[in-house]
Design a binder for this molecule. Sequence first.
Ligand code: HEM
Ligand SMILES: *[C@@H]1O[C@H](CO)[C@@H](O)[C@H](O)[C@H]1NC(C)=O
Ligand SMILES: *[C@@H]1O[C@H](CO)[C@@H](O)[C@H](O)[C@H]1NC(C)=O
Ligand SMILES: CC(=O)N[C@H]1CO[C@H](CO)[C@@H](O)[C@@H]1O
Length: 565
Amino acid sequence: MYYLTASFSVVSHTIMGPDLYSVLLTVHSSLARSTVLIGAASVIATIWALRGALRVARRTFRTTRLRGPPRTDLVFGVSKQIIESTDTAALYEAWAGKYGAVYEVPTTLGGRKIMISDTRALTHYFSKETWSYVLTSETRLIIRRTLGPGILWAQGEDYKRQRKSLTPAFSQAAIRKFTPIFYNSTHKAKVAWDAMIDASGSDSIVIKVQSWINHISLDSIGLACFSHDFGSLDGKPASVTAVLDMIASSPKPSAVDIGFFLLSEVFSFFTYLPATRTKLFHELQQTMEDISKELLARIKKEKEEGVLDENEERSIIGMLMKANGSNSDLQSSPEEVLAQMKILLAAGYETTAIAITWALLELARNPDIQHKLRQELLAFGEEPTYNQLQSSLPYLDAVVHEALRLHPPVADFIRVAVENDIIPVSESVITKSGEAVNSISVARGTLVGIPISSINTSVSIWGSDAKVFRPERWLTEDGIPKKAQDIQAYRHLLTFSDGPRTCIGKGFALTEFKVVISVLVRSFVFELRDGPDTRVELVIGMLPRPRIVGEQGVDVPLRVRRYEG
Ligand code: HEM
Ligand SMILES: *[C@@H]1O[C@H](CO)[C@@H](O)[C@H](O)[C@H]1NC(C)=O
Ligand SMILES: *[C@@H]1O[C@H](CO)[C@@H](O)[C@H](O)[C@H]1NC(C)=O
Ligand SMILES: CC(=O)N[C@H]1CO[C@H](CO)[C@@H](O)[C@@H]1O
């Protein structure tokens, strides 16, 4: 009973001030060790359903009702099933197979969303992304609270300005300058591994690959984005990795964690922050603030001393700050600069680290492919330059894209329609009432989800070997089926999303990815520690990470031996 009253006061807050995030934090921390969150949720559910009904009554343009999986949980719809699944891609693909490439799923608190994996519908969706389809207000609130009013949060004209001011910092010229940073970080890991092998007295050792790749990714991002050395490869503990690792490595998320995650009703990667970890999060915040103040002060000093050279800045944020003032349309406030820093870290660190770890796992699982890649790298001779990484190593390129196809670090995302829309589909869809239609109506306020992970591995799009790690498909003219070619995104993959808000760090990530893989695979042989039958599963954290079945943490131990030729 006590809990009920408590939740009622929480609910009334929700309605009076739409500060969902703080409400959730309050709910979460006050109820932390109990399981009554579910009870609180059902009260919120009732109220939301009422509000939803009111909203529907006011509308005349109706969203087409589609077929889809039945609600498996009264409160959470199928969201709980999705979160607890270790293979969400398979779940989505099965639904698309059963109900059509556009279908609806029941979500938390009586809601529903439309999932799109039809190629024509996707092209249409991405052409309207940013303007007709936007982040939900709850997600925006969470982003604003955790990361600040930067590029992930911004909308409309404000968004256009922010994207434009960051774009030059991600140019080819900029990424070329960062290439030695990626090499330096990877060499540090290589030197350390060599020393560990020497010290072991044997020819191979077990390396916690995910942890090392995290360090490489973090130190690279620090140096390239803010000229700051996190020093994690030198053994410095970093609050950043601590925050993310703690979230990912809790062996099994508690019911409360899952409830909290579902209530936030978001699948975007940066939003899952259980209140129990807010202390660490504050530390992260402080670290970012200190770094940005240091950077601002240095640039201000250089300006005063007249040594400021706009093109000579070595970091992304440095470039952004120096460009400030030279173009009055593209100015950023100090608050925005701080937000961009946190966003770059949140969006760039873990994504890249997970992608690289998956690639090494696949290479360990597929010794022939690993061998073929090593032969290409050794035949090439010296360490490839930025330009050579782009075009002179086709098999490396294929391995990287195949890993990105099969294991997209951002598995899905969700948006809300801010205006009525008609979405065309390439193959007719059967509605709930049994009618075959060639387009569906999406009314203002409807949630739309894009299941990236199932689209890039769908048998109906990629063919019968869709689930197989086969880099060769990228090397032949007809290796990519016609249907996959209908996906207009970069290399027909949605891994970096598409449309105006496509990942700004794609070139950055690809270059880092290629550098790390080329240095490590040239020098070491990777094997599964427990043999070829080792199974790998996905575990939820901020982003889904790979975990070797039976392991507690997400270190991804692999057996590593020196390549002796
Ligand atoms: C393999 C690595 C990466 C993957 C798979 C990836 C994927 C994505 C995806 C799917 C989005 C769209 C998210 C959405 O719309 O909800 C995105 C946006 C973004 N990414 Fe990446 N990303 C990667 C690496 C990076 C790196 C290294 C950086 C920066 C250093 C970065 C910075 C950003 C930023 C700033 C956005 C927001 C862009 C905007 O809204 O205009 N990403 N990324
Ligand atoms: C890479 O490391 C070398 C040697 O430690 C150093 O001299 C060089 O400045 C570093 N380069 C970058 C871009 O960090
Ligand atoms: C950019 O310039 C504007 C106008 O001069 C100033 O108000 C703002 O504080 C500057 N931003 C930063 C990050 O220094
Ligand atoms: C991140 C993610 O969900 N990746 C999935 C991509 O597709 C394969 C094959 O269905 C899954 O095993 C991955 O989990």
